[in-house]
Ligand binder design. Structure first.
Ligand SMILES: CC(C)(COP(=O)(O)OP(=O)(O)OC[C@H]1O[C@@H](n2cnc3c(N)ncnc32)[C@H](O)[C@@H]1OP(=O)(O)O)[C@@H](O)C(=O)NCCC(=O)NCCS
Length: 164
């Protein structure tokens, strides 16, 4: 099945935190933690977190943060049973749209070299490895810093808008 009708993406709410926390734990073996997710959603105006639903059921999410120059994808994940169906592509395009509205032209992320699916996913969507961060993760694995230049119009109307 491919991503299609019934799929929606909306700003994350406090009531979504439990789902996101559980998905982070099952996917990455760790989570930002519920209180940090709360902070990011409610108080961090440089962050944007969005939830994906399919027929009103939560299936995934993406987190973005504005930096001095550019923005980064802090996290992105789908439920295991919903991977490989195109939903991640829809989420990533949504993230790029948010960045363009911010007036951001450079999007970065870190990914484990061992995460072959994610690495290939980003590469297919125009990200390139721009650096290797040694011993980046707690278990000692390096991280690839991947970068994509976004073309797009600067839109001041949404630049400082609070996300919730
Ligand atoms: C990375 C991730 C967000 C991508 O989302 P997705 O919905 O699976 O992505 P898509 O279906 O749009 O594209 C995935 C591509 O990888 C392929 N693929 C191969 N094996 C796969 C697997 N085991 N799981 C998912 N995709 C797989 C898909 O067929 C697809 O290729 P195609 O477009 O050429 O058909 C998702 O796989 C995920 O949640 N992974 C676990 C969390 C994670 O690693 N996040 C990134 C941390 S940096």
């Amino acid at each position: 099945m491919k991503a299609e009708q019934g799929v929606a993406i909306r700003p994350m709410h406090i009531r979504d935190i439990r789902f996101v926390h559980a998905l982070e734990q099952s996917t990455f073996g760790k989570s930002f933690g519920e209180s940090m997710l709360y902070e990011e959603i409610i108080n961090n105006q440089a962050a944007h977190y969005a939830l994906m639903t399919n027929d009103n059921e939560r299936i995934g999410y993406i987190g973005l943060r504005r930096l001095d120059k550019g923005a980064e994808i802090t996290t992105i994940a789908l439920r295991e049973e919903d991977r490989g169906k195109g939903f991640g592509t829809v989420l990533l395009k949504y993230g790029e749209t948010v960045c363009k509205r911010w007036g951001v032209l450079t999007l970065t992320l870190e990914v484990r070299p061992s995460n072959k699916v994610a690495h290939a996913f980003y590469k297919r969507h125009g990200f390139q490895v721009s650096a290797t961060r040694k011993n980046y993760y707690n278990d000692g694995e390096d991280a690839y810093l991947m970068t994509k230049q976004l073309g797009g119009e600067h839109d001041d109307r949404t630049r400082n808008r609070k996300q919730l």
